[in-house]
Each structure stands twice: as C-alpha cells, then as structure tokens.
Design a binder for this molecule. Structure first.
Ligand SMILES: Cc1ncc(COP(=O)(O)O)c(C=O)c1O
Length: 382
C-alpha cells in the first residue's frame, strides 16, 4: 500500500471552481489570472528569442541579464542594493521558490507560523519537509496581524514565519510599523522569514508596498519571493524569483538545482528585454489595477453584497450575509456559479479553522472591463 505523504490534500478549490465555471458556462472570477494578455512587446520578445535559438537550458540561477534587471528594479522601487549574482535566483514560478525555500530551511519537527487565511501551497510544502504549520488567524475585519497571538504561537521549535503582503485573499497590506514590530519580536530568536510579495506592484489609493527588501534587519533572515506572472499578466509562464542574502540564496539554490534546475530560457530572455525597455510597466500597475477594482466596486455598489475596497492584489472580498446567510461560503460559491453564472472562491478554504460565521467570497478583478461589467450585472440582479 502506498502511504500518502499528503493524506489531507485533494484537488484544490481553484481547480474545482475553474472546472465548475467551464462546465456551467459561468464567468470565471474565481482563480487568480487575467482574462487579457500580457504586453505585446513582451510576447514578441519571447517569440524573437525562440526564433533566435535561445531554447536550451538557462544558467541554474537564472539568466544574468534578467537577474540584473530584477536588481535594477529593486533599487528603483525599494532603494536597496542586492547582488544579481549572489542574491537573486530565477525560478519556475513563485510557488516553486516558496517550496525550495521551505525545503532548504525546515527540518523534521520544526514549526512554521502561517497567518490564516493563507495561500494554499505553504502547508503541504512544510509537511513534505517534515515540519508542522502553526496557524495564527489574522484579526478581523482588517486582516491585520494579532501580535499577542503571534507571540503566543512562537516556541523554541519555530524556525520560520511566512508573511504575505499584499495579502491573498484579503488585499490587506503589512506596514513598515508591522515589520519593525516583527523584527523586535524575533530579534533574539533563530527564526527565518519567507515574505511572499507576488502582488508587490498591486497596491492602491496612493499607498506604498513596504517590502522586506527595504527592511535591512529583517532582510538578513529572509527569502523575498515575487512572480513575473502577476506583474506582467502572464501567469501561465510560471516564472518568478527569490531574493535572499548570499548564504540563504546558496542553500535555496542547492534545492532549486534538483527540483527544476532552471527556469524557461526564452521567457527569461523576453522578460529581460522587456524590463530594460519598459521600466515604467511596473509603476503603471497600481493605476491599471485600481481602475479595474474601482469599476468592479462601483458597479457592485448597487448589489446586496457588502465590501471594503481591497487595498492591494487583484482580489475583492465581498460579504454576502444580506443575500444567503443560510449558506456557508463553499455552498455560496457553488450557488453563485451554478445559479447566477459567476464563479468565486470561498474564503474558508484559506483557513485551517475558519470562523463559523464567515460569509465571505473572493472575486478576481484581473478581467477585461467587459467581463467585469457582465459579472456585476449578474451579481446586482441577485
Ligand atoms: C499569495 C500567492 N503566492 C504565490 C502565488 C504563486 O505564484 P506563481 O504563479 O508565480 O507560482 C500566488 C498565485 O496565486 C499567490 O496568490
């Protein structure tokens, strides 16, 4: 008999909701991906590199040209100087970067603090390394860190804390004051950080993203992860990167070397060209996505859903308790998909133990205006 190493893992809710949406012909606002393409110049650049024969293995740590562009962007956005050679590693997606960082750090019996609700790949990655997740719920309704609960959750076995800002699914942001407080809390402890910053450029209303990259003390013990998929509207390219001090990067690279060895070569060339030619792309992202958020929220203002506009990411949480308080959020997401033609993600799946009265679902607004208009029309009719 095969003993499953992940006995509690099934098909993810993202796959299930996308499948259901396709089955019943619903608008898919569930899984987090755009229904529009990335920039033409970026797609052309990748095609050019395929035609030019850049189709063999890339260097294990990533193409130097792309790592240089990432270092330049980090200097521009966060005022920090990181070494393209020793501190930046290109990976096949942020998920793989997170997996490799966890395998590099976690020994059997180690504890890892994750904040609930949290992205679904963290826990299985920790379990495969022989570690155990300690779930610390974010406080409601702001999805902020509950410092007392975090402090209580730390033990001599705590080896890692996983942060995610801007936060999926709530869109909440971690502030500089939060980072300072965290630094104080773990200063005397042997605890590392993974800072999942895949939505780093999707921050609205003039706010700024407080990256761990700009916090010198925390950065010394951190793996900071980002995703070209999110920032360039090409989630299917599964290309990301991780930034960590040289000693941590060296350990991460030992794992990455045997998980995938390297990322896709022509995609890396295309991204390097595009980043060099269009550094303004990332600074235009907040305005680009804020317009989508505002369109969706303005249209939903006439509905029975209640919400606070997301501060970041391309997700909008909505409370449906005025519509079907009798349904839990999984049933609600299914009902919305089957009966009203709009697929959503239930928020409870991001929790180990969701609050019983949780009545929230998540919509992805990384969609064309036309899709958002059609979805809002259906949602307002409920
Ligand atoms: C919080 C968070 N981290 C990581 C990822 C994965 O990014 P990638 O597609 O680059 O693996 C996602 C994608 O949805 C995410 O929401």
């Amino acid at each position: 008999m095969l003993h499953s190493k992940l006995p509690n893992v099934g098909t993810t809710i993202f796959t299930r909701m996308s499948q259901l949406a396709a089955e019943v012909g619903a608008l898919n606002l569930s899984q987090g991906f755009p229904d529009f393409d990335g920039p033409q110049a970026l797609r052309d650049a990748v095609c050019r590199h395929i035609a030019a024969g850049h189709n063999q293995y890339a260097p294990m740590t990533g193409l130097p040209a792309l790592r240089e562009q990432v270092a330049a962007k980090i200097a521009r956005c966060y005022g920090s100087s990181v070494s393209a050679e020793h501190e930046i590693t290109i990976t096949p997606g942020a998920t793989q970067a997170i997996f490799c960082a966890i395998q590099a750090l976690i020994q059997p019996g180690d504890e890892v603090v994750v904040f609930d609700p949290s992205y679904d790949s963290y826990e299985p990655s920790v379990e495969l390394a022989g570690g155990r997740c300690v779930h610390v719920p974010l406080s409601q309704p702001a999805f902020a860190i509950d410092w007392q609960r975090l402090s209580d959750a730390l033990s001599p076995r705590t080896r890692l804390i996983i942060l995610n800002s801007p936060h999926n699914p709530s869109g909440a942001l971690i502030s500089r004051a939060d980072l300072d407080r965290l630094a104080e809390l773990i200063r005397q402890r042997d605890i590392y950080l993974i800072s999942d910053e895949v939505y780093e450029h999707l921050v609205f209303d003039g706010a700024q993203h407080d990256s761990v990259l700009s916090h010198e003390e925390l950065y010394q013990r951190a793996f900071v992860v980002s995703s070209f998929g999110k920032s360039y509207h090409v989630t299917g390219w599964k290309t990301g990167y991780v930034v960590a001090p040289p000693a941590l990067s060296a350990e991460l690279r030992k794992v990455h070397q045997y998980v995938s060895f390297c990322g896709v070569t022509p995609v890396q060339w295309g991204l390097a060209d595009f980043m060099a030619e269009h550094p303004e792309h990332v600074s235009e992202l907040p305005g680009f996505y804020q317009a989508k958020r505002d369109l969706f929220c303005d249209l939903l203002a006439g509905s029975k859903f209640r919400f606070t506009r997301a501060a970041g990411t391309f997700f909008q949480l909505v409370d449906y308790s005025l519509i079907r308080p009798d349904l839990d959020d999984v049933a609600m997401a299914e009902w919305l998909t089957r009966e009203h033609g709009v697929a959503a993600i239930p928020v409870s799946v991001f929790y180990q133990q969701a609050p019983k009265d949780l009545r929230l679902v998540r919509f992805c607004f990384a969609k064309r205006e036309e899709t958002l208009g059609q979805a809002a029309e259906k949602l307002c009719a409920i």
